[in-house]
Design a protein. Structure first.
Length: 118
């Protein structure tokens, strides 16, 4: 397993930008897929974005496509989620995840709050 520590997030006005980071420790980081999920109050956790271990393949939820970008720096053991054109409905606790493949995650970050005001 990989230990994940998140940073970033906070409060931003609609239309603004934020970047989330997820630093990983563990020798398997560079060979695993990474993902971002979010959970809004009263709702189930939902998929946001994912990236393959090489960084060459990415996936996005339709709700964030064109606004969010997932990337990774294997030299820094870090995955990022750049969030632009934020909307109030993006408000949620965001979690990063790691695992052996996209959609197959066995490690989770601690979560970070993102609040978008209208």
């Amino acid at each position: 397993q990989v230990h994940l520590v998140q940073s970033g997030g906070g409060l931003v006005q609609a239309g603004g930008s934020l970047r989330l980071s997820c630093a990983a420790s563990g020798r398997t980081f560079s060979s695993g897929a990474m993902g971002w999920f979010r959970q809004a109050p009263g709702k189930e956790r939902e998929f946001v974005a994912a990236i393959s271990w090489t960084g060459g393949v990415t996936f996005y939820a339709d709700s964030v496509k064109g606004r969010f970008t997932i990337s990774r720096d294997n030299a820094k053991n870090t995955v990022y989620l750049q969030m632009n054109s934020l909307k109030p409905e993006d408000t949620a606790v965001y979690y990063c995840a790691a695992g052996p493949g996209v959609g197959n995650y066995n490690s989770w970050g601690q979560g970070t709050q993102v609040t978008v005001s209208s």
